[in-house]
Ligand binder design. Structure first.
Ligand SMILES: Cc1ncc(COP(=O)(O)O)c(C=O)c1O
Length: 472
């Protein structure tokens, strides 16, 4: 129960504002004045922003600086009240979304599908985020396979490192997800093992560019050939890398082919709200041709409320987000994205080099903008415990234990950030040596998963955390 007027000191890290600002269990009888609301919320935003403006937080905050964000917020305000589905009343919505899709398709070499089949033309939709883009592609494959091949027990095969959004889509849409473990030491999936899992119910295979845990690009060329050979779908998850790898490629880094140049690729997701530097709440899902997208749409003509249809999982969506996404793309232009990629890769290269020089740490694979590492000599979770005391927030990986740091623009705004991280990591390694044989704090949660009982315990903890989040 909430006590609005509690005098007790605030100790709950989930609810630090309790007691400090008013807590509302019900809509207040009388409205508050605007200024007090603005003051309160700007205080929260300022304090929370200060945490990642240090540049010490991995991933999470993808934006191209305060000035860029202010510009997008202004654009958002012009269309914040518009529902994208109402494009008859607001044709700007059709302009923004069709052009976002076209710009993303061209960035990802969509034009090359014509070389494979002159009738193909990359198309897609704007969604609310990577998970929805992935879910929509999975739904499209499921419904296409059912309509065209009578498949009623669909299966999708993916490397174990692919994002849980595929598992979520599998659960929502009744698709069996077959996971193929990645092989050590290079942490990439063996395409032969993927092919071995294909059966008459397989509707698609999945690869990532790059995957979330290690940022690595799967052996996409081989997976593409396998998809073509078996005449099945092939989705490349570019949610994380889709809006940065094209620029890293253009900068001259040696990257494998990861986009529509792959002949077998039938769909790709790429998040505008990550390295597209748009506001949170948009992503793009692209298809090789409209025969896939057609199966993503939902329509329900038989309803007293009128003929209903929606292109994505959402019903109403804010036109402000589409407008801001469009504005981000055209404001930054290729030049702006290249500049950003160069700045982030300068930091990434320095980090890679520095970590390589720490004998106890081993880089995982060939990193680009996500730097992941593990250790055979020390417990990297002890290193994480130490790094936390210095304000760093790494992403914690498991099975096997490892850490990653995903470089974003905030790092580029703090001088010498890579050198500082490497220096702290060296100290962290020494700290870990002193803690050998003890259990790291980080292990408390991350040491549990991987067994049936352990997974159940983690599920309980996670659901409990959500309950706590939604409690007043
Ligand atoms: C590789 C990859 N795929 C999918 C997603 C899911 O994206 P979202 O959180 O926007 O739903 C993420 C998120 O980090 C990701 O890294």
């Amino acid at each position: 129960m909430t006590d609005n007027h509690s005098e007790e000191p605030v100790t709950d890290p989930f609810k630090p504002y309790k007691g400090r600002f008013e807590t509302y269990e019900a809509i207040p009888e009388k409205g508050r004045d605007k200024d007090s609301i603005i003051n309160e919320l700007s205080t929260m935003a300022k304090e929370e922003n200060a945490k990642w403006k240090t540049g010490r937080v991995s991933g999470s905050f993808y934006h191209a600086g305060d000035e860029h964000r202010a510009f997008l917020n202004k654009i958002f305000s012009f269309f914040s009240h518009v529902n994208t589905i109402q494009f008859d009343l607001c044709p700007s919505m059709s302009k923004f979304e069709s052009e976002i899709i076209s710009m993303a398709a061209n960035m990802l070499n969509g034009r090359s599908v014509k070389d494979h089949n002159p009738e193909d033309h990359v198309c897609g939709t704007v969604t609310s985020g990577g998970s929805e883009s992935i879910a929509m592609a999975m739904k499209a494959y499921r419904d296409k396979a059912r309509a065209e091949n009578g498949i009623t027990s669909p299966e999708v095969i993916m490397p174990k490192t692919a994002h849980p959004a595929f598992q979520k889509a599998g659960l929502y849409f009744g698709i069996k997800i077959v996971e193929v473990p990645v092989d050590l030491p290079d942490f990439r999936v063996d395409p032969e093992k993927v092919e071995a899992e294909i059966n008459e119910n397989t509707i698609a295979i999945v690869g990532s560019a790059g995957n979330y845990p290690y940022g690595l690009i799967d052996p996409l060329e081989d997976l593409s050939d396998i998809a073509l050979k078996h005449n099945i779908g092939f989705h490349v998850d570019g949610c994380l890398g889709g809006f940065i790898l094209p620029w890293i490629d253009k900068l001259g880094y040696n990257l494998p082919v990861f986009d529509f140049r792959l002949k077998g690729l039938t769909s790709m997701s790429a998040d505008t709200h990550k390295y597209g530097f748009a506001l949170k709440g948009t992503s793009v899902v692209l298809y090789r041709n409209t025969s896939f997208r057609r199966h993503q749409y939902f329509s329900f003509p038989d309803w007293p409320g009128g003929i209903y249809a929606s292109p994505t999982a959402a019903g109403s969506r804010s036109g402000g987000l589409s407008a801001a996404t469009w504005a981000s793309l055209v404001y930054l232009g290729e030049e702006g994205y290249l500049r950003a990629a160069r700045a982030m890769m300068t930091i990434s290269d320095e980090l890679k080099k520095g970590i390589e020089e720490i004998p106890e740490l081993t880089l995982i694979g060939e990193p680009t903008f996500v730097i992941s590492f593990r250790s055979e000599d020390i417990d990297v979770f002890h290193v994480n415990d130490f790094m936390k005391t210095k304000g760093w927030r790494f992403n914690i990986l498991q099975l096997p234990p490892a850490l990653h740091f995903c470089v974003t623009m905030p790092q580029t705004e703090v001088p010498d950030i890579a050198a500082r991280m490497v220096a702290d990591l060296k100290e962290g390694v020494e700290y870990a040596k002193t803690k050998a044989g003890t259990t790291a704090e980080t292990t408390a949660l991350y040491g549990l998963a991987g067994t049936l009982e352990g997974n159940q315990a983690v599920n309980e903890i996670l659901c409990g955390a959500f309950d706590l989040m939604y409690s007043i």
